[in-house]
Design a protein around this ligand. Structure first.
Ligand SMILES: [Zn+2]
Ligand SMILES: [Zn+2]
Length: 99
C-alpha cells in the first residue's frame, strides 16, 4: 500500500502531486492507467507506459469495487460506469478510496 506521505510533494517548489501507481497517456478520456496492470501500452493511443509520467492526483480518484475487490482509477471528468474487472455497474457496490 502506498504511503501517502511519500508522494514526493515538495512545498518549496510546489511540484505537482502525483501517484506513482498510475500513469497517464495522451487520450482525452480513460487516460489513467495502472502501473501494476498487465498492459504497459495504451491500446487506443499507443502510448508506452515507460515513456509517460505518473498520473496527477488532482485528475482522478481511486474506486474500490466491493464485488471483486478490484481498485481502478476514475478521472474526474470521465466517470467509469462499471468495474473494468467484473463489470459490476451497481454504484452501491463501489466506493471512492480516501487519500
Ligand atoms: Zn491512450
Ligand atoms: Zn469489480
Amino acid at each position: 500500500m502506498l504511503n501517502r506521505d511519500e508522494t514526493g510533494y515538495d512545498s518549496t517548489t510546489e511540484q505537482t502531486l502525483v501517484d506513482p501507481n498510475y500513469w497517464m497517456c495522451e487520450c482525452t478520456t480513460q487516460f489513467i492507467h495502472s502501473r501494476h496492470g498487465y498492459e504497459d501500452v495504451c491500446e487506443r493511443c499507443g502510448a508506452l507506459e515507460e515513456d509517460y509520467p505518473d498520473a496527477r492526483l488532482a485528475d482522478f480518484q481511486e474506486v474500490h469495487c466491493r464485488a471483486c475487490e478490484h481498485v481502478y482509477a476514475e478521472a474526474h471528468d470521465d466517470p467509469v460506469k462499471r468495474c473494468p474487472n467484473c463489470h459490476n455497474d451497481d454504484p452501491e457496490q463501489t466506493v471512492y478510496l480516501q487519500r
